[in-house]
Design a protein around this ligand. Sequence first.
Ligand SMILES: [Zn+2]
Length: 82
Amino acid sequence: MSVLYTCEICGKECEGHFNSRYCPECRGEVIRSTHKESQEKRRAKRKTKTSEGAKPMTLGQIAAKARRLHMSYGEFVAKYGI
Ligand SMILES: [Zn+2]
């Protein structure tokens, strides 16, 4: 079902879905900018997460964990990439 709508950004009249708010060109821009925004947000989030918690384990802690899992230190490091 196609209807005429006016692009909220450039004001161009377009034919498309009645829910459409932007013309195809502007929609592309909007998607690109929101995508970029969310990527930046995600990156910022990850940054705070690593700086706040997840203290790096000491060698002794890694060795103890490996022992608990019946692995050698080398195996443990290879598997979990620490
Ligand atoms: Zn437009």
